[in-house]
Ligand binder design. Structure first.
Ligand code: NAD
Length: 282
Protein backbone atom coordinates (compact mmCIF):
# COMPACT_ATOMS: atom_id res chain seq x y z
CA UNK A 1 0.00 0.00 0.00
CA UNK A 2 1.53 3.28 -1.08
CA UNK A 3 1.72 6.82 0.28
CA UNK A 4 -0.92 9.02 -1.32
CA UNK A 5 0.68 12.18 -2.67
CA UNK A 6 -2.12 14.51 -1.64
CA UNK A 7 -2.13 17.42 -4.05
CA UNK A 8 -5.29 18.90 -2.60
CA UNK A 9 -3.87 19.19 0.91
CA UNK A 10 -0.46 20.37 -0.33
CA UNK A 11 -1.97 22.99 -2.64
CA UNK A 12 -4.19 24.33 0.14
CA UNK A 13 -1.14 24.69 2.36
CA UNK A 14 0.78 26.49 -0.42
CA UNK A 15 -2.15 28.82 -1.11
CA UNK A 16 -2.41 29.74 2.59
CA UNK A 17 1.30 30.61 2.69
CA UNK A 18 0.98 32.59 -0.54
CA UNK A 19 -2.02 34.50 0.77
CA UNK A 20 0.03 35.59 3.77
CA UNK A 21 3.01 36.58 1.63
CA UNK A 22 0.82 38.64 -0.69
CA UNK A 23 -0.90 40.28 2.29
CA UNK A 24 2.43 41.28 3.82
CA UNK A 25 4.00 42.43 0.55
CA UNK A 26 2.01 45.57 -0.05
CA UNK A 27 1.73 44.48 -3.70
CA UNK A 28 -1.50 43.96 -5.65
CA UNK A 29 -0.91 41.14 -8.15
CA UNK A 30 -3.20 40.86 -11.17
CA UNK A 31 -3.77 37.95 -13.51
CA UNK A 32 -5.57 38.23 -16.83
CA UNK A 33 -7.06 35.17 -18.51
CA UNK A 34 -8.16 34.87 -22.14
CA UNK A 35 -10.59 32.18 -23.18
CA UNK A 36 -11.67 31.75 -26.80
CA UNK A 37 -14.98 29.96 -27.38
CA UNK A 38 -17.16 28.15 -24.89
CA UNK A 39 -15.61 24.72 -24.31
CA UNK A 40 -17.13 23.64 -20.96
CA UNK A 41 -13.90 22.05 -19.64
CA UNK A 42 -11.86 25.17 -20.48
CA UNK A 43 -14.50 27.38 -18.88
CA UNK A 44 -14.39 25.26 -15.74
CA UNK A 45 -10.56 25.46 -15.54
CA UNK A 46 -10.64 29.24 -15.98
CA UNK A 47 -13.32 29.59 -13.30
CA UNK A 48 -11.18 27.52 -10.90
CA UNK A 49 -8.18 29.78 -11.61
CA UNK A 50 -10.19 32.94 -10.91
CA UNK A 51 -11.51 31.38 -7.69
CA UNK A 52 -7.96 30.61 -6.55
CA UNK A 53 -6.98 34.24 -7.33
CA UNK A 54 -9.78 35.43 -5.08
CA UNK A 55 -8.70 33.03 -2.33
CA UNK A 56 -5.12 34.36 -2.17
CA UNK A 57 -5.69 38.05 -2.91
CA UNK A 58 -4.76 38.20 -6.60
CA UNK A 59 -6.97 40.46 -8.70
CA UNK A 60 -8.17 38.80 -11.86
CA UNK A 61 -9.65 39.87 -15.17
CA UNK A 62 -11.29 37.37 -17.51
CA UNK A 63 -11.50 38.13 -21.22
CA UNK A 64 -13.93 35.96 -23.18
CA UNK A 65 -13.58 35.93 -26.95
CA UNK A 66 -15.98 34.34 -29.46
CA UNK A 67 -15.26 30.88 -30.89
CA UNK A 68 -14.69 32.42 -34.35
CA UNK A 69 -12.02 34.89 -33.12
CA UNK A 70 -9.03 35.24 -35.45
CA UNK A 71 -5.33 34.91 -34.63
CA UNK A 72 -5.02 38.68 -35.17
CA UNK A 73 -7.73 39.61 -32.64
CA UNK A 74 -6.35 37.22 -29.99
CA UNK A 75 -2.79 38.49 -30.54
CA UNK A 76 -4.05 42.10 -30.31
CA UNK A 77 -5.75 41.27 -27.01
CA UNK A 78 -2.53 39.73 -25.67
CA UNK A 79 -0.59 42.84 -26.74
CA UNK A 80 -3.10 45.09 -25.01
CA UNK A 81 -2.55 43.10 -21.79
CA UNK A 82 1.24 43.28 -22.29
CA UNK A 83 0.95 47.09 -22.28
CA UNK A 84 -1.40 47.20 -19.28
CA UNK A 85 0.77 48.15 -16.31
CA UNK A 86 -1.81 46.72 -13.89
CA UNK A 87 -1.50 43.19 -15.29
CA UNK A 88 1.34 40.99 -14.00
CA UNK A 89 0.41 37.63 -15.53
CA UNK A 90 -1.33 36.59 -18.74
CA UNK A 91 -2.85 33.15 -19.22
CA UNK A 92 -4.31 32.03 -22.52
CA UNK A 93 -6.47 28.98 -21.88
CA UNK A 94 -5.58 26.16 -24.26
CA UNK A 95 -6.60 24.55 -26.51
CA UNK A 96 -7.48 27.41 -28.86
CA UNK A 97 -9.93 26.86 -31.75
CA UNK A 98 -8.28 25.42 -34.87
CA UNK A 99 -8.31 28.69 -36.84
CA UNK A 100 -6.23 30.45 -34.14
CA UNK A 101 -2.47 29.99 -34.41
CA UNK A 102 -1.58 29.05 -30.82
CA UNK A 103 2.14 29.40 -31.46
CA UNK A 104 1.73 33.03 -32.54
CA UNK A 105 -0.55 33.80 -29.62
CA UNK A 106 1.84 32.30 -27.05
CA UNK A 107 4.78 33.99 -28.76
CA UNK A 108 3.01 37.35 -28.40
CA UNK A 109 2.85 37.15 -24.60
CA UNK A 110 5.50 39.26 -22.95
CA UNK A 111 7.93 36.70 -21.39
CA UNK A 112 7.81 38.68 -18.10
CA UNK A 113 4.04 38.09 -17.92
CA UNK A 114 4.09 34.50 -19.23
CA UNK A 115 3.02 32.84 -15.98
CA UNK A 116 2.14 29.60 -17.80
CA UNK A 117 5.75 29.33 -19.00
CA UNK A 118 4.93 28.40 -22.61
CA UNK A 119 6.76 31.28 -24.32
CA UNK A 120 9.81 29.98 -26.25
CA UNK A 121 12.07 32.27 -24.20
CA UNK A 122 10.87 30.75 -20.93
CA UNK A 123 11.04 27.22 -22.39
CA UNK A 124 14.61 28.00 -23.40
CA UNK A 125 15.53 29.13 -19.88
CA UNK A 126 14.01 25.92 -18.52
CA UNK A 127 15.94 23.68 -20.92
CA UNK A 128 19.15 25.60 -20.19
CA UNK A 129 18.68 24.65 -16.54
CA UNK A 130 17.84 28.21 -15.43
CA UNK A 131 14.06 28.26 -15.29
CA UNK A 132 12.23 31.57 -14.85
CA UNK A 133 8.59 30.68 -15.41
CA UNK A 134 8.05 27.01 -16.06
CA UNK A 135 4.74 25.33 -16.91
CA UNK A 136 2.41 25.06 -13.96
CA UNK A 137 1.58 21.34 -14.11
CA UNK A 138 5.16 19.97 -14.10
CA UNK A 139 6.32 22.64 -11.68
CA UNK A 140 3.46 21.73 -9.35
CA UNK A 141 4.51 18.08 -9.58
CA UNK A 142 8.07 18.99 -8.55
CA UNK A 143 6.63 20.89 -5.57
CA UNK A 144 4.52 17.89 -4.60
CA UNK A 145 7.50 15.51 -4.84
CA UNK A 146 9.53 17.92 -2.69
CA UNK A 147 6.70 18.13 -0.12
CA UNK A 148 6.83 14.34 0.29
CA UNK A 149 10.65 14.34 0.24
CA UNK A 150 10.81 12.03 -2.78
CA UNK A 151 14.50 11.70 -3.74
CA UNK A 152 15.05 12.77 -7.35
CA UNK A 153 18.81 13.09 -7.85
CA UNK A 154 20.09 9.90 -9.47
CA UNK A 155 16.59 8.40 -9.78
CA UNK A 156 15.53 6.89 -13.09
CA UNK A 157 12.55 9.01 -14.20
CA UNK A 158 10.34 8.06 -17.11
CA UNK A 159 7.88 10.61 -18.53
CA UNK A 160 5.12 9.23 -20.74
CA UNK A 161 3.99 12.00 -23.10
CA UNK A 162 5.97 14.69 -24.92
CA UNK A 163 3.52 17.60 -25.06
CA UNK A 164 4.67 21.20 -24.77
CA UNK A 165 2.57 21.83 -21.66
CA UNK A 166 3.42 18.70 -19.67
CA UNK A 167 5.78 16.02 -21.02
CA UNK A 168 8.69 18.13 -22.27
CA UNK A 169 8.88 20.64 -19.40
CA UNK A 170 8.40 17.76 -16.93
CA UNK A 171 11.42 15.98 -18.40
CA UNK A 172 13.47 19.20 -18.24
CA UNK A 173 12.57 19.84 -14.59
CA UNK A 174 13.46 16.27 -13.61
CA UNK A 175 16.74 16.55 -15.50
CA UNK A 176 17.47 19.87 -13.78
CA UNK A 177 16.93 18.02 -10.50
CA UNK A 178 19.55 15.43 -11.55
CA UNK A 179 17.27 12.54 -12.45
CA UNK A 180 18.18 10.25 -15.35
CA UNK A 181 15.29 10.96 -17.69
CA UNK A 182 13.60 8.99 -20.46
CA UNK A 183 10.75 10.50 -22.49
CA UNK A 184 8.25 8.08 -24.01
CA UNK A 185 5.56 8.89 -26.57
CA UNK A 186 3.14 7.33 -29.02
CA UNK A 187 5.99 6.02 -31.22
CA UNK A 188 8.00 4.49 -28.37
CA UNK A 189 8.80 0.83 -28.94
CA UNK A 190 7.95 -1.43 -26.02
CA UNK A 191 6.53 1.25 -23.76
CA UNK A 192 5.82 -1.21 -20.93
CA UNK A 193 9.49 -2.17 -20.72
CA UNK A 194 10.58 1.49 -20.56
CA UNK A 195 7.99 2.30 -17.89
CA UNK A 196 8.94 -0.70 -15.80
CA UNK A 197 12.45 0.71 -15.33
CA UNK A 198 11.15 3.90 -13.70
CA UNK A 199 11.83 4.85 -10.10
CA UNK A 200 9.64 7.88 -10.82
CA UNK A 201 6.95 7.41 -13.46
CA UNK A 202 5.00 10.42 -14.73
CA UNK A 203 2.11 9.69 -17.05
CA UNK A 204 0.74 12.48 -19.26
CA UNK A 205 -0.85 10.47 -22.03
CA UNK A 206 -4.56 11.18 -21.63
CA UNK A 207 -5.90 7.62 -21.81
CA UNK A 208 -8.02 6.23 -18.96
CA UNK A 209 -6.38 3.46 -16.92
CA UNK A 210 -3.71 2.98 -19.60
CA UNK A 211 -0.92 2.34 -17.06
CA UNK A 212 -1.49 -1.04 -15.45
CA UNK A 213 0.26 -2.63 -12.47
CA UNK A 214 2.32 -4.82 -14.84
CA UNK A 215 3.99 -1.67 -16.26
CA UNK A 216 5.12 -0.36 -12.87
CA UNK A 217 8.23 -1.36 -10.93
CA UNK A 218 7.43 -2.34 -7.34
CA UNK A 219 8.30 0.60 -5.10
CA UNK A 220 8.11 3.22 -7.89
CA UNK A 221 6.69 6.70 -7.34
CA UNK A 222 3.79 7.17 -9.75
CA UNK A 223 2.51 10.60 -10.81
CA UNK A 224 -0.71 10.62 -12.80
CA UNK A 225 -1.30 13.78 -14.84
CA UNK A 226 -4.13 12.36 -16.93
CA UNK A 227 -7.66 13.73 -16.65
CA UNK A 228 -10.06 11.40 -18.42
CA UNK A 229 -13.73 10.50 -18.32
CA UNK A 230 -14.57 6.81 -17.82
CA UNK A 231 -18.16 5.68 -17.28
CA UNK A 232 -19.09 9.21 -16.20
CA UNK A 233 -16.26 9.39 -13.67
CA UNK A 234 -13.04 11.39 -13.66
CA UNK A 235 -10.03 9.05 -13.79
CA UNK A 236 -6.33 9.32 -14.51
CA UNK A 237 -4.06 7.45 -16.91
CA UNK A 238 -3.15 5.01 -14.15
CA UNK A 239 -5.19 2.09 -12.92
CA UNK A 240 -5.06 3.58 -9.43
CA UNK A 241 -6.56 0.71 -7.43
CA UNK A 242 -4.12 -1.89 -8.80
CA UNK A 243 -1.03 0.32 -9.00
CA UNK A 244 -1.37 1.71 -5.46
CA UNK A 245 -0.74 -1.82 -4.19
CA UNK A 246 2.78 -1.92 -5.66
CA UNK A 247 3.91 1.72 -5.89
CA UNK A 248 5.67 3.35 -2.93
CA UNK A 249 3.78 6.60 -3.57
CA UNK A 250 1.05 7.66 -6.00
CA UNK A 251 -1.06 10.70 -6.89
CA UNK A 252 -4.84 10.24 -6.94
CA UNK A 253 -7.14 11.61 -9.64
CA UNK A 254 -8.81 13.87 -8.73
CA UNK A 255 -6.92 15.52 -5.86
CA UNK A 256 -3.35 14.96 -7.07
CA UNK A 257 -1.71 16.94 -9.84
CA UNK A 258 -4.70 19.16 -10.74
CA UNK A 259 -4.79 21.31 -7.58
CA UNK A 260 -0.98 21.68 -7.69
CA UNK A 261 -1.28 23.16 -11.20
CA UNK A 262 -3.56 25.92 -9.96
CA UNK A 263 -1.46 26.65 -6.86
CA UNK A 264 1.61 26.97 -9.09
CA UNK A 265 -0.16 29.42 -11.37
CA UNK A 266 -0.86 31.59 -8.33
CA UNK A 267 2.79 31.33 -7.22
CA UNK A 268 4.04 32.18 -10.70
CA UNK A 269 1.72 35.20 -10.85
CA UNK A 270 3.03 36.57 -7.56
CA UNK A 271 6.57 35.94 -8.72
CA UNK A 272 5.85 37.98 -11.87
CA UNK A 273 4.43 40.75 -9.68
CA UNK A 274 7.53 40.84 -7.47
CA UNK A 275 9.90 40.81 -10.43
CA UNK A 276 8.04 43.62 -12.17
CA UNK A 277 8.01 45.63 -8.92
CA UNK A 278 11.79 45.18 -8.57
CA UNK A 279 12.31 46.33 -12.16
CA UNK A 280 10.36 49.52 -11.44
CA UNK A 281 12.61 50.26 -8.46
CA UNK A 282 15.89 49.57 -10.31
P1 NAD B 1 -1.37 15.72 -25.38
O1 NAD B 1 -2.49 15.03 -26.08
O2 NAD B 1 -0.85 17.01 -25.89
O3 NAD B 1 -0.15 14.71 -25.28
C1 NAD B 1 -0.31 13.35 -25.03
C2 NAD B 1 1.03 12.67 -25.19
O4 NAD B 1 0.84 11.27 -24.95
C3 NAD B 1 1.63 12.80 -26.58
O5 NAD B 1 2.94 13.31 -26.46
C4 NAD B 1 1.65 11.38 -27.15
O6 NAD B 1 2.85 11.11 -27.86
C5 NAD B 1 1.58 10.54 -25.90
N1 NAD B 1 0.87 9.28 -26.16
C6 NAD B 1 -0.35 9.10 -26.69
N2 NAD B 1 -0.63 7.80 -26.79
C7 NAD B 1 0.43 7.13 -26.31
C8 NAD B 1 0.74 5.76 -26.16
N3 NAD B 1 -0.10 4.81 -26.52
N4 NAD B 1 1.94 5.44 -25.63
C9 NAD B 1 2.82 6.40 -25.26
N5 NAD B 1 2.57 7.72 -25.36
C10 NAD B 1 1.39 8.07 -25.91
O7 NAD B 1 -1.85 15.84 -23.87
P2 NAD B 1 -1.32 16.74 -22.64
O8 NAD B 1 -1.78 18.15 -22.82
O9 NAD B 1 0.11 16.48 -22.37
O10 NAD B 1 -2.21 16.10 -21.49
C11 NAD B 1 -2.10 14.74 -21.16
C12 NAD B 1 -3.15 14.41 -20.13
O11 NAD B 1 -2.92 15.20 -18.97
C13 NAD B 1 -4.58 14.71 -20.55
O12 NAD B 1 -5.44 13.75 -19.95
C14 NAD B 1 -4.85 16.07 -19.96
O13 NAD B 1 -6.22 16.30 -19.71
C15 NAD B 1 -4.08 15.97 -18.69
N6 NAD B 1 -3.62 17.25 -18.12
C16 NAD B 1 -3.78 17.42 -16.80
C17 NAD B 1 -3.34 18.58 -16.20
C18 NAD B 1 -3.53 18.74 -14.73
O14 NAD B 1 -3.38 19.83 -14.21
N7 NAD B 1 -3.81 17.67 -14.00
C19 NAD B 1 -2.72 19.57 -16.95
C20 NAD B 1 -2.53 19.34 -18.31
C21 NAD B 1 -2.97 18.17 -18.89
Amino acid sequence: MSTILDGKKTSEKRLEILKEEIGESGLYPHLATIIVGSDPASQMYVRMKHRACEQVGIGSVGIEMPADATTRTVVDTVRMLNRDAEIDGILVQLPLPAQVDAERVIGAISPEKDVDGYHPENMGHLFLGRPRFSSCTPTGIMTLLAEYKIPIAGARAVVAGRSIDVGRPMAALLLNADATVTICHSRTKDLAEELKRADILVSAIGKPHFITAEMVKPGAVVVDVGINQLDGKLVGDVDFEAVKEIASAITPVPGGVGPMTIATLMENTFRATKERACERVL
